[in-house]
Design a protein around this ligand. Sequence first.
Ligand SMILES: NC(=O)c1ccc[n+]([C@@H]2O[C@H](COP(=O)([O-])OP(=O)(O)OC[C@H]3O[C@@H](n4cnc5c(N)ncnc54)[C@H](OP(=O)(O)O)[C@@H]3O)[C@@H](O)[C@H]2O)c1
Length: 298
Amino acid sequence: MSLISTEQRRIGPFEVGPVGFGCWRFTNDRVDEAAAILNAALDLGINLIDCADVYGYDWGGQGFGENEAILGRIISADPSLRARMVLATKGGIRPPLPYNSGREYLTGAVHDSLKRLSVDRVDIFMIHRPDMYTHPEELAGTLTALREAGKVAEFGVSNYAAHQSDALQRFLDFPLVTDQMEYSITHLDPMRNGVLDRCMREGVTPMPWSPLGGGALATGKGLNADLVAKMDELADRESVSRAAIAVAFVLAHPSRAVPLLGSQSPDRLAEQAAAVTVSLDREDVYALIQLSEGQALP
Ligand SMILES: NC(=O)c1ccc[n+]([C@@H]2O[C@H](COP(=O)([O-])OP(=O)(O)OC[C@H]3O[C@@H](n4cnc5c(N)ncnc54)[C@H](OP(=O)(O)O)[C@@H]3O)[C@@H](O)[C@H]2O)c1
């Protein structure tokens, strides 16, 4: 029996497809090209669109806020797109300062994001990385005020340890609904460090980032040859690409995650979205884990 759950996911009032589209690498001088990529994702049923205010700062971008601004230009040119997407963004990183979740900063950051995105409200806002110098009670107050002001519908965290999420949740009157973590065949920590367990305990939707390990699981570059051979065997068996097997592995976890695809190629997005057609059983996923870790599980 396949472990992969292909149904739509409920995130608060929103329904999203089993894979999402990430805008980290969305930097593009040509707004029409960027719009074509976004439309390709939406046409594939990929309606969760994940951005962050810091996207554009690296990965070939010109600066902070750039990728939100590109999305905003696309939405302004075709406002009908807004209703087709569940729009998520993140804040709390302001280079060169690593993290700031202080009330004044974060409130301003959300307002700035809304302006760049040309929207009145985002559907999901996530704290990009934990700021160890903001008390969770202060942060909870900031999020509550943003929700009451109608600026954000639902909140989540990103790169939080499970106990950090618990500390924030303790001061909130509404549930955190999403959690972003690095999770893939080559980054298995969340299976064991409590992050995915907490998501299942609390009914939080995980949004694993870099499901292809940033591309390595598609190219095979830097991976052990036995792991690549196993992925290729499964890809042949399932008539999909190696990359789709990597995405399917993330979908197989019982937390009903929504992996965020980072490709900027419509063809590759389609190829990877085919992960939902894949059937993986325990034998398959444990083989991949053991080959990735280079040793047998105890
Ligand atoms: N919360 C966080 O801290 C955090 C951190 C990182 C990322 N994220 C989110 O997760 C999303 C996905 O992350 P990611 O971009 O690292 O995901 P990924 O899907 O692991 O990697 C995407 C990269 O792989 C390349 N790729 C895909 N298929 C390929 C193939 N067949 N051959 C060669 N290269 C291939 C893509 O290039 P092409 O474009 O050429 O296909 C792209 O550069 C981001 O956009 C962002 O939304 C969140």
